[in-house]
Every structure is written in C-alpha cells, then in structure tokens.
Write a protein that binds this ligand. Structure first.
Ligand code: WQD
Length: 335
C-alpha cells in the first residue's frame, strides 16, 4: 500500500517509515521539520535501500496537504505530526491545541474527500490520567495534567465522532507508553532539542559526558523502590506495532496500548544501562517533578489478540541500542 506518514521525519515517525518500507509499503512523508531533521529520512532510505517521497509542509495547511492527495493515490495515513512536550504544552497551550487538533481535523477532512479510509492515529498513555496501572483500553479516560495529554484525548474523541458520521472509515488509535532506544544500525534515533526532558536520552548524555549527572525525580512514590515506574518500549517494537495495526485495520475505531506490560523503575533502568554499557551513571535523588505519576504501564492483551503483535525487545536491548546511537551520532553526524 501507499501510506502517507505525517511527522515521518521524527523519532517514532522515521522508525515507522523504515518498518513500513521493510514490510513492502511505499511511503510518502509530510513533515514541516519543526522538531525533526530531514537527515533521518535520508538514513531511513539508506537502511531500506528504498525511496521515500517527501513534502516539507505543515499538516495544518489544507491546500498543501490536499495537493499531496491530488498527486498521489494514497491507501492509508499514519498521523504522527504534532507537538509532544508535556512541559512545553503547559507554557504554550494555544500552540498545542491549535497544532494538534487542527492538523488532525484537516487530515481527516481530506481523507474523507479523497476516500482514504485507513487512518492510524498516534496517541499516548498520558490520556489515562490518574487511572491506576495496568492501563486497559476500555478504561474511562481521566483528565491529564497537561494540554499535550488533553489534545490527545480530544483527538481520540474527534476521531470517534468522525467515524460515527463516516462508518466506512477504519481508524486505529495507538496509545504509546515510553518509547526509547534506536534502530540497531545506530543511523537513526532520538535527538532531543536541548537538554532532554525524558529519562533515557538524559542517561545517554550523562554516559557520554555531555551532562554531569542525573537527577532522579523523587524516591518516595508508592512503588517497590520509591522511584517512578514506566513501561519502556523499544521504538522498533513500536514501529512494528504500527505496521501490524495498519494490516489489521477494520471499519470503526479500535484503540490499542503499545507497551510491553512490564513496569521498570528509574533505578532499575539506570542499573540495566550501567550493566549493558559498562558506563557509570552518577545520580542524586531530588524532589518529584510536577505532574509525574507513580506508575504507568500497559495491559497488552488487546494488541496481542487483535493485532497479533507483542513487543519483543528487552530493557537491555533498549539500553544497548540507545547507547549505540548516542555514540554514533557524536562520531558520525555531530548532531
Ligand atoms: C520517566 C521516568 C520521571 C527524567 C513522558 C510524557 C509521555 C510520553 C513519554 C509523549 C519518570 C523520571 C525523568 C529525569 C527522572 N511522551 N525522570 N529524571 O514522564 O513517563 O512520559 O514521555 O507521548 O506523554 O509524559 O517520561 O522519560 O520524562 O520520565 O527521574 O531527568 O523517569 O520522574 O518517573 P514520562 P520521562
């Protein structure tokens, strides 16, 4: 199939484009490169030995997005494009609501106009809010602590209403847990803007000496060692989950957790990283970060049963691949 991937130059998007190409699909990417680098797509094409058609456009630009559908026969879309920094969303709510909601509305509108009926949406476990883990897809969503999470919950509801009015559409909503790691080649991976907010890229930069030590945000959570527990999933497993969701699409809206179902604490992640890489990660315990919940991990039965997909890679694989990419990007790409 020919798949339009919005935000395909990004961290998860580029890994998904690679998985799509390797599964035999043709890929078109629409990305404004506001939070990504075209080099990622050059390296995806290098790994896959297949071409990607690229358009540098903003997905909220209806005319330019429509012209892609005018010039290509598109069988389905995967919608990643959107702002995704939790902290930033609290400071810039208008930008987040506008960009994340309008891009989804315009993409869905054009899909309907061009009879493109396969739609995979990038959502997040953040939408579960203060629910208790393990998170189940049928749980009632609770308010999140930030506009980013709210935009994802709102887009889910928007898509449900659109499908009610257009029952021939097939929509798969994928709720990611904590994507980490990188493709084993070390050619693509996560390149945060500035000082990383997320744990794994912070750890890899401490390991490389870019940052001096890690602040562990609290060890007084009601978890087995007091530090935050998360469901880390290898970005390549996540990418393969998108291919599975696309292949298994059927009419209506279907929501899936993409996680491992395993909770790992901050201290545990540090220990595995040190063991796998031989690098020491100095850290100090500091106060909790606003908005952090104690535990967030998935119930993964539904994706296993309906998508025939489960995450295969271990925490050790994630640490190894994240470290390999961090070293490669310094040695070879200087970015
Ligand atoms: C993981 C754990 C922190 C940094 C966020 C978004 C979520 C999704 C993934 C988009 C927590 C602890 C972290 C550090 C630390 N993004 N930590 N020191 O917050 O679970 O999820 O990213 O979809 O929407 O909320 O990920 O990596 O920031 O934190 O101790 O310097 O590591 O407290 O327990 P999080 P994270």
């Amino acid at each position: 199939m020919t798949i339009l991937v919005t935000g395909g130059a990004g961290y998860i998007g580029s890994h998904t484009c690679l998985a799509l190409l390797e599964a035999g699909h043709d890929v078109i990417v629409a990305d404004n490169l506001s939070n990504s680098n075209f080099n990622n797509l050059e390296r995806v094409q290098q790994i896959a030995q297949k071409k990607i058609v690229f358009y540098k456009i903003d997905v909220t630009d209806e005319l330019k997005l429509g012209s892609i559908f005018e010039n290509h026969t598109i069988d389905g879309v995967i919608h990643f494009a959107g702002f995704k920094a939790v902290g930033e969303s609290v400071e810039k709510p208008i930008a987040y609501y506008y960009n994340n909601l309008v891009s989804t509305l315009i993409l869905a509108k054009i899909c309907i106009e061009y009879n493109v009926e396969k739609f995979v949406f990038s959502s997040s476990a953040t939408v579960y809010g203060e629910n208790k883990s393990p998170f189940l897809e049928m749980m009632t969503l609770l308010p999140t602590t930030n506009p980013y999470g709210e935009t994802k919950a709102m887009c889910e509801r928007i898509l449900m209403d659109i499908v009610k009015a257009n029952p021939s559409l097939s929509v798969s909503i994928l709720r990611y847990f904590n994507p980490v790691g990188a493709h084993e080649s070390g050619l693509i991976g996560e390149v945060p803007n500035g000082i990383p907010n997320n744990l794994m890229p912070y750890i890899t930069q401490v390991a490389r000496g870019e940052l001096s030590n890690l602040s562990v945000f609290g060890n007084d959570f009601p978890t087995f060692d007091g530090t935050g527990v998360r469901d880390y999933i290898h970005v390549c497993d996540l990418a393969e989950g998108h291919v599975a969701a696309l292949d298994k699409l059927r009419t209506g809206v279907h929501t899936y957790n993409l996680g491992t179902g395993i909770g790992t604490s901050v201290i545990q992640l540090i220990e595995v990283f040190e063991k796998v890489t031989g690098e020491k990660i100095p850290y100090q315990i500091v106060s909790r970060r606003a908005g952090d919940i104690a535990e967030c991990y998935a119930d993964v039965k539904k994706a296993k049963e309906e998508l025939r997909w489960t995450a295969k890679r271990s925490i050790a694989d994630m640490c190894r691949d994240a470290w390999h990419f961090e070293k490669s990007r310094q040695d070879n790409y200087n970015y």
